[in-house]
Design a protein around this ligand. Structure first.
Ligand SMILES: NC(=O)c1ccc[n+]([C@@H]2O[C@H](COP(=O)([O-])OP(=O)(O)OC[C@H]3O[C@@H](n4cnc5c(N)ncnc54)[C@H](O)[C@@H]3O)[C@@H](O)[C@H]2O)c1
Length: 425
């Protein structure tokens, strides 16, 4: 197996997860950052990370990191880390295509003694059942004799400058006890927060997928509570604050659950559960609840508009924020689009304003072109859907300047003072 002093690393897939990791390793050992997206490679070579996860000066610090879109550049590597996307398809089943393609790439470059490590979030068993056989088939090498594997899930939180790849404890695992020790030692070279060596690849895979499943189910619970409290005329945030004074009450807040992790990963687990004959109830109930929140938000707004005698058909509504979370440009699987689609069904004209997004990307992905600046005094309602710092800085008065004399200001994120808004989730 590879000697730790002689590691030449290849990171496959330079997105939100792969790039920060490649940069950290590129500070301490020879690292090739590989991506099939040649435009991404071109930008990175110019010192630009459009995901805003890595600042230009940090990119420059990784003196041993090179960016490549030619597979030949991977051939000299002896340890590989795969960080490609793991989305779901239209039927909400795992779409392993990027992982399979990356495994084919590995199969072409892997050689005797090499270690391939997967980081992408998957269901327990996926690495050894779905990926490794592809590497074996393409390479002609035998698993755990000629080459070895590891799995180490990523826990980064895009947009979060406090919890970064090096400061989050990392779970590691390997295909043999010796490989597990190697994988763990490799990550310890860059992860200052330390590592947790799991007993098997499947344990590490399961650990990751339940981290996000647990969040999803907990958010679903508070979403359900919000629906109940809205009917009872009780402010949900005030209830959660009161309950939160107990030491073991968990601080979840209601809201849309989008993005490529929390709203997606549970389906990886439920897929595997169904394969082995168990039909998950709670996990899928959570998914259903969370997926229904966009329509619920729209219905709450419509009711409030009617109460205020604002004519719904033909009204103009400003949706503030399109990304799936605050202070980052990530549009993947944003559920804000559910609110927009629902309002459009009522023949409401929706403008979207989001200072963080790339407008072309929003248009290409969702057919929605965010406005440059909202019109003053133009809207029957404003929905603060994403708590970007720009919106918080405006405050309720700043936002109300976009409203007609009679309007509704709906704060989904508890970003503004309770008394300064008309409606909260
Ligand atoms: N973004 C997060 O917050 C986060 C956190 C933890 C775990 N994860 C998991 O990490 C994995 C990667 O997520 P991400 O957010 O970095 O994805 P991403 O979409 O930001 O990046 C993936 C990159 O992989 C590249 N790619 C796709 N197929 C490839 C291939 N065959 N060969 C080489 N490159 C390829 C894409 O061009 C892209 O640049 C997923 O499994 C995700 O669930 C993500």
């Amino acid at each position: 197996m590879v000697n730790m002093d002689n590691v030449r690393l290849g990171v496959i897939g330079l997105g939100y997860v792969g790039l920060p990791l490649a940069v950290e390793f590129g500070k301490v050992l020879p690292t090739v950052g590989f991506d099939i997206n040649a435009r991404r490679i071109g930008e990175l070579r110019d010192g630009v990370d459009h995901t805003l996860e890595v600042e230009p000066e940090l990119l420059a610090e990784a003196s041993q990191l090179s960016f490549e879109s030619d597979i030949e550049a991977l051939r000299a590597c002896n340890v590989y880390i795969v960080t490609v996307p793991t989305p779901i398809d239209d039927n909400r089943s795992p779409d392993l295509t990027p992982l399979i393609k990356a495994s084919e790439t590995l199969g072409r470059v892997v050689s005797q003694g090499d270690v391939v490590i997967y980081e992408s979030t998957v269901y327990p068993g996926a690495t050894e059942e779905a990926c490794i056989p592809v590497v074996e088939r393409v390479s002609g090498l035998v698993y755990n004799r000629d080459f070895f594997a590891g799995y180490s899930p990523e826990r980064i939180n895009p947009g979060d400058k406090e919890h970064r790849v090096t400061t989050i404890m990392k779970v590691t695992s390997g295909s043999t006890p010796e490989v597990a020790e190697f994988v763990d030692a490799l990550y310890r070279r860059v992860i200052t927060a330390g590592t947790h060596l799991a007993s098997s690849i499947a344990v590490a895979e399961a650990a990751k997928v339940i981290e996000n499943t647990q969040r999803d189910v907990n958010i679903a619970l508070v979403n359900e509570l919000a629906v109940i409290f809205n009917r009872l005329g009780i402010d949900t945030e005030e209830v959660l604050q009161a309950a939160g004074t107990k030491w073991n009450f968990l601080p979840f807040r209601p809201g849309l659950v989008g993005g490529h992790c929390i709203g997606v990963d549970p389906y990886y687990l439920t897929h595997k559960a169904q394969q082995v004959g168990y039909h998950p109830e709670m996990i899928l109930a959570g998914r259903r609840l969370n997926d229904g929140m966009g329509a619920y938000v729209a219905s709450q707004l419509i009711k409030q508009m009617i109460k205020r005698r604002i004519h719904v058909e033909g009204a103009r509504v400003l949706v503030m924020g399109l990304t799936f979370k605050e202070n980052c440009p990530d549009l993947r699987n944003t559920r804000v689009v559910d609110i927009i689609a629902e309002l459009a069904d009522y023949n409401i004209a929706v403008d979207v304003h989001d200072p963080q997004v790339n407008k072309d990307e929003a248009e290409a992905e969702y057919g929605i072109r965010p406005v440059n600046a909202p019109d003053t005094g133009a809207y029957d309602a404003m929905i603060l859907a994403v708590a970007h710092r720009e919106f918080k800085a405006l405050g309720a008065d700043g936002i109300r300047a976009w409203g007609k004399p009679q309007h509704v200001l709906y704060d989904l994120k508890y970003a503004l003072d309770k008394d300064s808004v008309d409606l909260r989730l």
